[in-house]
Ligand binder design. Structure first.
Ligand code: ADP
Ligand code: MG
Length: 601
């Protein structure tokens, strides 16, 4: 029998290989943009027709290619980025496999125009289905333009698999976002069907914030909290979204490692964990996080499209990312809601005492000074300042009649005005406005943190019942109670298994002394059932949260001024005063300017 094995002609082999690299227009966009970044461009223009299926064209002002390279770049494994296998350990460029252009040229009509900066003439290469159709010298600007036309023109089966223009465009934009976010220092422009979709200047100063706003809209400006954490081994920077802007749908969640977009369930977990009890479980916060790490510490070569990487020491990376986000969130927690911008006059009036709260203005990306955590005392100071401050700074334009809101005349120094609204909210004055505290939620936060501490220490105070009470439980609930008995005791439940299915309640947590023990237990067990199989640590959270929800004072309960003060003081002594453990706001602040505006001052 005659030999039947044959080597495939190059263009067929390339076409097969292309399947791995080029699935859709978005893949072409990614590869071309990354090549331009690698070429050192600081301005990149992407032009699309019909979501890229008719045309993907990328123009850059990067270093360009020599005539020889312009021909060679379409060969498989042609790359200028690594030379020997060892270089793989130090890759800092996007590409290095030398496959992209060869693959693209196998399944499209490609025109390359390129000129090196120190050359008078450039080169133009036409290639189609891996066959070179021509190469000529050409006059043109320095840098490179690659136009990819009629994608999959010679692979009808692939062409048919493309989705609607809307879907393909979405994929293209995903890639565009990633590259644009990874390189805020590069200007990007995107035109689709002759319409400008994006024009992003090269950032200076707070480049990343600008870039995020440029891509996702003005509204993002107020949503971002800066992250900055450095160790010898990795640096984590970027932004995370404020918890209250977490969305039902998976929003903008980006990790970049050495300016390369990556996916990582592991790191995602680290971030989500940092949002624990700040956002509801089914809501997704956004993040834009950048890790800088020695390339020797990572292995990027495990996935063909390179969006997954392996860290040599992934536990350390996890811990640092988690801590960085947690700290950023804690830091933000103080200021934006209280919106306190110290004025020099006030600071002077304070007799050099430390500022209770430092202003953090979202616009300074550079300044990562962490404001101190609020404390009950700091909070009092804030109040007092509100009353003691002479209002010499006009809150209204000078020409208009100045109606200065009365701040102090009916208030004795040292007394802090508070007011209860509808038995539900506490109204309190701030220096720059006022705040409305939800009494139930505030109490919930206080109790939650208290419970967590008690659980950690294992010693709660219970108020002994005059007459022990008995609670009848079903078998399943009884088993659950037995299971968490030590925890219940540390939170202040003095329980005894009475025999049968009866639990004897000798004492209740001091704060819940008025509650009906049966009801409280029942509510708690209900919450626990939803969290079966939880880790021990998570069980603490569930218990602390369940108890807090059940015990917190309800709406409708009238509070005395002293009780209101006490509640507010304790709220601000909390670690995370601004949200319930479930992620709902505990208080809302209003600026005087809002009032002035509504009164048309
Ligand atoms: P890789 O990026 O993995 O090296 P590619 O097939 O994407 O492989 O590109 C092959 C080579 O062509 C690159 O290594 C680079 O030398 C050159 N090249 C590609 N695009 C550009 C560009 N926009 N400017 C300058 N050189 C480029
Ligand atoms: Mg490349």
């Amino acid at each position: 029998m005659a030999d039947i094995i044959r080597l495939l002609p190059d263009h067929v082999a390339n076409q097969i290989a292309a399947g791995e690299v080029v699935q859709r227009p978005a893949s072409v966009v990614k590869e071309l943009l990354e090549n331009s970044v690698d070429a050192g461009a600081d301005r990149i223009v992407l032009v699309l027709k019909d979501a890229g299926r008719t045309l993907v064209q990328v123009t850059d002002n990067g270093k360009g290619m020599s005539p020889g390279d312009a021909r060679l770049c379409f060969e498989r494994h042609a790359t200028s980025k690594i030379r020997v296998a060892d270089d793989l350990n130090a890759v800092r460029t996007k590409g290095f496999r030398g496959e992209a252009l060869a693959s693209i040229a196998a399944i499209a009509q490609v025109e390359l125009k390129t000129r090196e900066h120190d050359q008078d003439l450039g080169t133009r290469v036409l290639i189609e289905g891996s066959r070179t159709r021509g190469q000529d010298p050409m006059a043109g600007p320095p840098g490179t333009t690659i136009a990819v036309r009629s994608l999959f023109y010679n692979v009808p089966a692939r062409r048919q698999f493309l989705k609607s223009d809307g879907v393909e465009l979405k994929h293209v934009l995903d890639e565009f976002h990633r590259v644009a976010l990874a390189h805020p220092d590069i200007a990007f422009q995107l035109l689709h069907n002759d319409q400008e979709e994006f024009n992003l200047p090269a950032g200076s100063g707070p480049a990343l914030r600008q870039r995020i706003v440029g891509l996702f809209g003005r509204k993002y400006d107020e949503r971002l909290v800066p992250v900055e954490e450095s160790t010898d081994f990795v640096r984590v920077t970027g932004f995370v979204g404020k918890p209250e802007f977490a969305k039902r749908s998976r929003g903008e969640q980006y990790f970049f490692v050495n300016h390369r977009f990556i996916r990582s369930n592991y790191l995602e977990h680290a971030v989500r964990k940092a949002y624990d009890e700040l956002v509801a479980r089914d809501n997704y916060p956004s993040w834009f996080l950048y890790l800088d790490i020695d390339p020797a510490q990572i292995d990027i070569n495990i996935h063909p499209t390179k969006t997954e990487i392996k860290f040599r020491d992934d536990r350390a990376v996890y811990a640092i990312v988690h801590a960085a986000v947690r700290r950023a969130l804690g830091r933000f927690n103080i200021v934006p809601s209280l919106d306190f911008e110290p004025e020099p006059a006030i600071l002077a009036g304070l007799d050099q005492s430390p500022r209770p709260i430092q202003a953090w203005r979202p616009q300074d990306l550079g300044a990562f000074t962490a404001p101190p955590r609020p404390s009950a005392e700091g909070w009092q100071q804030l109040f007092q300042m509100g009353m003691a401050t002479p209002v010499d700074e006009p809150v209204v334009p000078a020409e208009q009649p100045r109606v200065v809101p009365s701040r102090n005349h009916e208030v004795e120094p040292g007394e802090r005005p508070v007011f209860q609204l509808h038995g539900t909210y506490i109204l309190a004055q701030l220096r720059s406005g006022y705040m409305v505290v939800d009494q139930h939620r505030a109490h919930e936060r206080i109790l939650y943190e208290r419970n967590l501490k008690l659980l950690a220490q294992g010693a709660g105070i219970s108020q002994t019942e005059l007459f022990p009470r008995h609670v009848e439980l079903n078998a399943a609930d009884l088993a659950l109670v037995q299971d968490v008995l030590p925890e219940l005791r540390s939170m202040g439940f003095d329980l005894e298994l009475f025999g049968g299915r009866t639990v004897q309640v000798n004492g209740m947590p001091a704060e819940a002394a008025d509650e009906d023990p049966a009801k409280l237990l029942e509510q708690l067990l209900e919450q626990l059932k939803h969290e079966k199989g939880s880790l021990r640590n998570e069980r603490h959270h569930v218990l602390a949260r369940g108890m807090a929800t059940s015990m917190a004072i309800r709406a409708g309960r009238t509070l005395s001024p002293a009780e209101m003060h006490d509640l507010i003081d304790r709220l601000f002594a909390c670690e995370m005063p601004y949200h319930t453990p479930g992620g709902k706001p505990t208080l809302i602040t209003y600026g005087l300017d809002e009032l002035n505006e509504r009164f048309e001052r």
